[in-house]
Design a protein around this ligand. Structure first.
Ligand SMILES: Nc1ncnc2c1ncn2[C@@H]1O[C@H](COP(=O)(O)OP(=O)(O)O)[C@@H](O)[C@H]1O
Ligand SMILES: [Mg+2]
Length: 389
């Protein structure tokens, strides 16, 4: 039964029992948090993967409430480098930009009202407010009307109470509890945020980055080489996400713990995927080399380009001398010219972005290899979105 009345319950830490599978998950995740992963994948290769994940997550986050942009369309528009983006693309770009903002600033900022307001402002920037678009009437400000959540039975609190409920939430996340509660708090805070529904629109997109911000603060961070794919947990199956949110809406210990287990299980799976991609041997054999072959098959790149790229992938970093057997009988000037051409086509890049560097790496965030790399990542189950590209 859909009740139209708001039902309050207290914000508190639900304690899982020691023998529960949720406790196992918390222990495993805490281990992953502490374990400093030293992957064999070159940071500049990993960084490109991270970028791909982040824009796919942004698409996924926008899709939850109906943005229909396909991965192919988004790539197309991005690669064209248009200044004025269509609204649907702008919505996704905003999420990407906000994700970058979170990564850059969360270490030096408290996750407080100002921080969340800024996220919301960026997320809704330049978008039309409802019912015409996915923006908001008051970017960065709490709502001033009462509302319902689409496809849910929960009625959020009266708008007059939003400020107090949010204050309580910020106090909860900053409260000095033992670190063993950190992960549980992240899950509970995610639900509480959308349960309050502080904004007129954009709550879902904001809360997924709010969770990301908390995770980065917790140490699942980017500097140590992990690309965390947090919104993937929520975006890969919208029905499951909504189902577990509504379990938590009940406000019972059982409901909250079931929701928390759903979140943390998804998180663990994401982290395991990322650790796999940090293993260069795996990345090379399962993703990069097959992606180059795919690009040749689809005639995105030539056989010679493929040979150079495979060389680059084989040892991650190459020099002109390594390419001698591809360009047999060619002068070294000619080899340098070929390398320059590949740099212009964004298939190779100089290590460290240094213009004088004579060492090169594969580059796949370009018009040629990007689609194939995404296709292979999808084939191996790394992507939150299921679609062919
Ligand atoms: N039963 C529920 N209880 C609490 N929150 C919910 C429930 N169902 C959905 N939500 C949240 O509401 C969000 C949609 O709210 P909305 O303000 O329209 O966000 P957005 O515009 O970013 O999609 C969903 O993404 C989800 O996070
Ligand atoms: Mg919405």
């Amino acid at each position: 039964m859909r009740s139209s009345k708001f039902v309050h319950f207290d914000l508190e830490l639900a304690e899982p029992t020691f023998s529960s599978s949720l406790t196992d998950l918390i222990i495993e995740l805490d281990y992953l948090r502490r374990k400093k992963i030293r992957g064999t994948t070159h940071p500049e290769i990993f960084f490109q993967l991270k970028h791909i994940f982040h824009f796919l997550e942004s698409i996924g986050s926008a899709r939850i409430e109906g943005n229909n942009t396909t991965v192919a369309e988004y790539i197309e528009t991005k690669l064209e480098g248009k200044k004025k983006l269509p609204y649907a693309i702008k919505e996704i770009q905003n999420i990407e930009d906000t994700m970058a903002f979170v990564e850059k600033s969360v270490k030096n900022h408290s996750i407080n009202r100002a921080f969340v307001s800024e996220m919301h402002r960026m997320i809704t920037d330049g978008l039309l407010p409802p019912p015409d678009g996915e923006g908001d009437h008051a970017p960065g400000n709490y709502r001033t009307t009462n509302l319902r959540i689409n496809m849910s039975d929960h009625t959020p609190p009266d708008f007059l109470k939003v400020g107090d409920y949010m204050e309580e939430l910020f106090n909860f996340i900053h409260r000095k509890d033992s670190p063993k509660y950190d992960l549980l708090k992240i899950a509970i805070a995610h639900h509480r945020f959308v349960w309050i529904h502080p904004f007129g629109n954009g709550n879902g997109r904001t809360v997924r980055l709010f969770t990301y911000a908390m995770l980065v603060k917790l140490g699942f961070n980017v500097d140590e080489g992990r690309i965390l794919n947090p919104t993937a947990v929520f975006c890969s199956n919208r029905d499951a996400y909504y189902k577990y949110l509504s379990m938590a809406d009940k406000g019972t210990k059982k409901g909250i713990l079931e929701w928390s287990e759903y979140v943390l299980k998804g998180l663990k799976e994401e982290i395991e995927k990322i650790d796999k991609l940090l293993n260069y041997d795996y990345l090379k054999k399962e993703i990069l080399l097959p992606a180059i072959n795919d690009s040749v098959d689809r005639k995105y790149i030539t056989d010679t380009e493929a040979k150079v790229l495979k060389k680059a992938v084989e040892s991650q970093v190459i020099q002109a001398a390594d390419m001698k057997d591809i360009f047999v009988g060619k002068s070294s000037q000619e080899v340098s010219r070929q390398i320059r051409k590949l740099i212009e086509k964004k298939m190779l890049m100089r290590e460290g972005g240094d213009k004088t560097a004579r060492k090169y790496l594969i580059r796949f965030d370009n018009n040629y290899l990007l689609r194939s790399v995404i296709k292979l990542l999808g084939k191996k189950g790394f992507l939150p979105l299921r679609e062919s590209i």
